[in-house]
Design a protein around this ligand. Structure first.
Ligand SMILES: [Zn+2]
Length: 254
């Protein structure tokens, strides 16, 4: 028994924190200052560095459907997700360069530095038309198509966040159909594909779940790590803010 006990403890630790447990991180605004819904460029860089140092390897959310196929030995999967298609996530500068301080610019620089270990993977849940212009397909109307093409070309995923950030529990069947259809049509036109992943505005599920059955994955707004018994219609996420990093990753402040 004395010999078995450490083994049992080791097995328990492995099964509770193994590769099967994957985090899906959730970002909203990228900019300054740091806040409940905003991560600074410096802190976002720090997040990538921390994940890299702790042997995480990025995937798109839809890669979950193929069991995160291609995960290198010794690495664990992480999914970075971005909600609301805000301009700080993807901004072109007047000279045509990608802003090095926007999320996409930071991801690209990180990828260029770690080509083998950090592919360009992330899932962007985009909005088309809201009364906050900075949230509509990354806030630069003339460049919206170019941005979605670029993300797709790099192999990143574009997901649906409804057409106008609509709470699905508040819509009747016709309005619900309409917001999802308009979003899917727009994505098909701009990226060539409809979305397979849906992020629910404010985490609100529709009363009739069959109304979102075209989506293979549905992301919640919170919940922590997912385990191997995850439910594709209830993918849990972790907000990438300091308090959540401490709580779920035991990451101390730098
Ligand atoms: Zn949102």
């Amino acid at each position: 028994m004395k010999k078995l006990l450490p083994l049992l403890i080791a097995l328990l630790l492995i099964s509770s924190r193994g590769e099967a447990n994957f985090p899906v991180l959730e970002y909203h605004l990228i900019g300054t200052p740091e806040g409940r819904w905003q991560r600074t460029p410096a802190n976002f860089r720090g997040d990538l560095e921390w994940l890299y140092q702790h042997n995480y390897y990025p995937f798109n959310l839809r890669d979950l459907l193929a069991g995160f196929n291609g995960l290198p030995k010794g690495k664990q999967p992480v999914v970075l997700t971005f909600d609301d298609s805000t301009i700080g996530q993807f901004r072109y500068l007047p000279d045509g360069r990608i802003d090095p301080d926007c999320a996409v610019g930071i991801l690209k620089a990180f990828h260029d530095k770690h080509r083998r270990d950090w592919p360009m993977r992330a899932t962007f849940f985009v909005l088309f038309e809201t009364n906050a212009p900075d949230h509509n397909l990354f806030g630069q109307p003339d460049l919206a198509a170019k941005k979605l093409r670029q993300l797709t070309e790099w192999g990143m995923e574009i997901g649906c966040h409804t057409y106008s950030h609509d709470r699905l529990d508040k819509l009747g069947p016709a309005a619900l159909r309409r917001t999802l259809e308009r979003s899917q049509k727009g994505l098909k036109k701009l990226t060539g594909n409809e979305a397979v992943s849906l992020s629910l505005p404010q985490g609100a599920y529709p009363k009739d779940l069959t109304s979102i059955s075209e989506f293979k994955l549905v992301a919640e707004v919170a919940g922590g790590f997912n385990d191997d018994k995850y439910d594709p219609l209830h993918v849990k996420r972790i907000q990438a803010i300091d308090s959540e990093w401490r709580r779920f990753f035991k990451r101390s402040a730098e």
